[in-house]
Design a protein around this ligand. Structure first.
Ligand code: FAD
Length: 435
């Protein structure tokens, strides 16, 4: 059976649902297909969903700052109801520890100054008022368990923190994808689940559609790869696409720990996204007085690259390592006997900056390599990709003359050449989940 659409989006995570919405709002009739059972049930479901404007590059920070306003005005952005309700943005702000490891935030503050994003300096005393049992000792560089100096302070201190009011976290990332699915459907997009793309079809040197594993052929002049950690596999299905890229992607295994808040801290009331480069741990509140904590990817922890179709979803000793590092900053943390949390994958690009681009196969596009840090940007990514696709399909040479996308809330501009598949490796990147 052959059916036809204006575009096919492969993947219904936050990125794919947003692209389906962006294309539908441009008047196209897209089909979004996912091999899973529901929108957002891939790696999006395991996201910590932290919204923060600080990135090591001006381009990365600009779009992340803009994203705050999309989440703040989520209902207006969607313009529809969802029978499951809308995901909630807790605009708690972000705290980033100032320490030797991040040069006491000087480089990141220079980026924030360039984009006009407000912040406050907090002293150690201010931190203590909020988190009475916090310690100010420095432990960097992060060490593996086997190191005799693990958990030993290095004799220096952190110097306080930066508070950013334009940040926080989204409580249910999978629901955010479902919300965008409903908004896309209200604009004539269609969704098909339990449908795995097994072939990218071509005709006359351009994309012609996809073939599903169960044998259905779906015709479309545009196909978008938004398959998350499977992105390299889907790119590999399309003629010549991988050959035309200098930046590539692969799947990285990650663990996020779920623990009760440290004793003596009313986390439910005062908690917020807390980034601590000194211990290489980030955290954010969850319901009740619990919190999620994850790794900021210190150099001493080997990357665990996996096959996204075959990886171990049980907790490893990474879980305890991360919890112990968090306890260096918050020593009243009770360490649970049983590991709880999330084991998921990042879709990591060569320089930890995503690829939002066309490809060397006309009609084939990609929004991949989100590197553990693009949940926040997803609502904008759909609009940017729709703009890019419309321009390229109308004959614009995006490789030679990259599209510039105006960011309406902040007045900044996103240069989409920053996300090119053919870029030089961006040496300004943190080469970590921090982007
Ligand atoms: C543990 C963790 C913590 C994170 N924390 C943050 C954070 O705090 N802040 C932040 O901004 N970002 C964060 N991220 C990153 C963010 O969540 C991701 O960038 C984002 O969710 C990726 O969405 P996606 O739609 O690209 O991928 P996914 O959600 O994985 O969606 C891809 C979809 O493609 C489908 N698919 C794959 N192959 C095929 C195929 N052949 N045919 C059909 N369907 C296919 C899959 O079933 C899947 O549903 C985190 C990520 C993880 C894993």
């Amino acid at each position: 059976m052959t059916v036809a659409y204006d575009a096919i989006v492969i993947g219904a995570g936050v990125i794919g649902t947003s692209i389906a919405l962006g294309l539908a709002r441009k008047g196209l009739r897209p089909l979004c297909v996912d091999m899973g059972a529901e929108a957002g049930h891939g790696s999006t479901s395991g996201s910590s969903a932290i919204i923060r404007p600080f990135y090591s590059t001006v381009d990365g920070a600009s779009i992340a700052y803009e994203a705050h306003f999309y989440w703040k005005n989520w209902a207006d952005f969607l313009g529809v109801e969802d029978e499951r309700g809308l995901s909630r943005y807790v605009n708690s702000g972000n705290l980033v520890v100032k320490c030797d490891h991040n040069d006491h935030m000087r480089p990141l503050l220079a980026v924030l100054d360039r984009i006009g994003c407000a912040y406050e300096h907090w002293s150690c005393e201010q931190l203590q008022e909020r988190f009475p049992t916090i310690t100010f000792e420095s432990f960097e560089p992060a060490k593996p368990f086997e190191d005799d100096a693990f958990g030993e302070p290095n004799g220096r201190q952190i110097s306080g923190a930066i508070f950013l009011p334009s940040g926080g976290y989204v409580t249910d990332p999978a629901l955010a994808a479902h919300n965008m699915q409903r908004a896309a459907e209200a604009n004539s997009a269609e969704f098909r689940f339990r449908a795995k793309v097994s072939e990218i079809l071509t005709e006359g040197g351009r994309v012609a559609g996809v073939m599903l594993e169960e044998g259905d052929r779906i015709a479309a002049p545009v196909v978008v790869n938004a398959s998350g950690p499977h992105s390299y596999k889907v790119n590999g299905l399309a003629d010549g696409v991988l050959d035309g890229m200098t930046i590539t992607t692969r799947a990285l295994r990650e663990e996020v720990c779920h623990v009760p808040a440290p004793e003596g801290i009313d986390y439910a009331r005062v908690g917020m996204h807390f980034s601590d480069p000194d211990t290489s741990i980030y955290s954010r509140p969850d319901y009740g007085n619990d919190l999620f904590l994850g790794s900021e990817g210190p150099a001493c922890d080997a990357h665990i690259w996996v096959d996204p179709d075959d990886f171990d979803r049980s907790f490893s000793d990474r879980w305890q390592l991360q919890v112990m590092r968090f306890a260096q900053r918050f020593p009243t943390l009770g360490i649970p006997g049983q590991a709880k949390g999330v084991v998921e994958m990042y879709d990591v690009s060569t320089d930890w900056i995503p690829i939002y681009d066309r490809s060397d196969l006309p009609g084939f596009y990609m929004a991949v390599g989100t590197s553990g840090n693009q949940f926040k940007n997803s609502p904008i990514v759909g609009e940017m990709m729709a703009e890019l696709i419309a321009a390229c399909e109308a004959g614009h040479d995006h490789d030679a003359d990259p599209i510039r996308f105006p960011l309406k809330h902040t007045g900044l501009t996103a240069d989409l050449g920053f996300y090119s598949r053919k870029r030089e490796i961006n040496e300004q990147s943190s080469f970590s989940v921090l982007g």
